[in-house]
Design a protein around this ligand. Structure first.
Ligand code: GUN
Length: 282
């Protein structure tokens, strides 16, 4: 069996096409959605992600500003910048690119973002609403993952879902969103013993560990849906996920490629959230 490709690039294009119409309709009413991304420091991967978000905004006619602050920015100054954006009526979405420099990373910066402008869904208020299964801004990557899974039309109730990774951005919210859809969810992580004992039982396997080649074919159940969230740059520049794609594809029913799977869906979901923030504000 050769698993079918879950084509995130194609699916994101459909979403962006729909959003294009929505932005045009808002603009006809004199409303211009605006996203501000705050980047602190010069992490090269962050710069690539921030530029992708910026380009997607420009393509849709969403106003986009990248607020680039120096690595040594003080906590108080970062909070001041966020509060200014909270109070700026022309700004609908605020995103603080992660990771933050070490001296800011444990300071609860995301709590400062107005929950109504938290298009990244990472403020504790939105995390909490997501946990309770209530309407809220959901983080972009988990939202994109769920859209990809739902496009397979698989009945999710009662299936075994295994999430590898326990980050606040991907692993935890994805696990919650699957639990809220009736999956039996197991969260594995770097301290999990005998990882394959869990993965071999997974009807749905989400891999967000940031480790190239972590998931091999013998770890995957026949007919599983495999979602690879990893984006790893190998020496030589090739981008690969966390899953051994060619081998695992022979066992999976569905599998996401890297690149072209979850990545473009993350961007599309962020654009959806930004336009929604604008619509709800207008
Ligand atoms: N860094 C990597 N992915 C993300 C994301 O989805 N949101 C933010 N804020 N930072 C990230």
């Amino acid at each position: 069996m050769e698993g079918r490709i879950l084509d995130g690039k194609a699916m994101s294009e459909v979403i962006l096409g729909r959003l294009d119409g929505e932005v045009k309709s808002l603009r006809r009413k004199g409303i211009v959605p605006k996203l501000v991304v705050i980047q602190v420091g010069d992490d090269p991967a962050s710069t690539i992600y921030v530029n992708k978000k910026h380009k997607a905004c420009l393509r849709l006619g969403i106003e986009s500003e990248i607020k680039h602050l120096p690595e040594e920015t003080r906590y108080e100054d970062l909070i001041d910048a966020i509060v200014k954006l909270n109070n700026d009526d022309s700004v609908h979405g605020i995103l603080v690119q992660l990771p933050l420099p070490e001296h800011l990373s444990h300071k609860g910066v995301l709590e400062a973002v107005d929950p109504a402008k938290d298009v990244d869904g990472l403020n504790p208020y939105n995390h909490g609403k997501n946990l309770l299964g209530k309407e809220c801004f959901q983080p972009a990557t988990p939202r994109g993952i769920i859209s990809l899974i739902e496009s397979t039309k698989t009945e999710l109730e009662g299936i075994n879902a295994v999430v590898i990774g326990r980050s606040n951005i991907v692993g935890k919210p994805t696990a919650i969103m699957l639990l809220n859809r009736g999956c039996t969810v197991t969260v594995c992580h770097s301290k999990t013993r005998n990882l394959s004992d869990f993965t071999q039982k997974a009807d749905l396997l989400i891999v967000a560990a940031g480790k190239p080649g972590l998931v091999k074919a013998h770890m995957v159940k026949n007919g599983a849906i495999v979602i690879d969230v990893g984006i790893n740059r190998l020496e030589g520049g090739k981008i690969v996920g966390d899953v051994d794609f060619d081998e695992v594809r022979k066992k999976a029913a569905w599998i996401t490629p890297v690149p072209g799977g979850v990545g473009p869906m993350t961007i599309a979901s962020l654009m959806e959230n930004t336009i929604r923030a604008c619509r709800e504000y207008a």
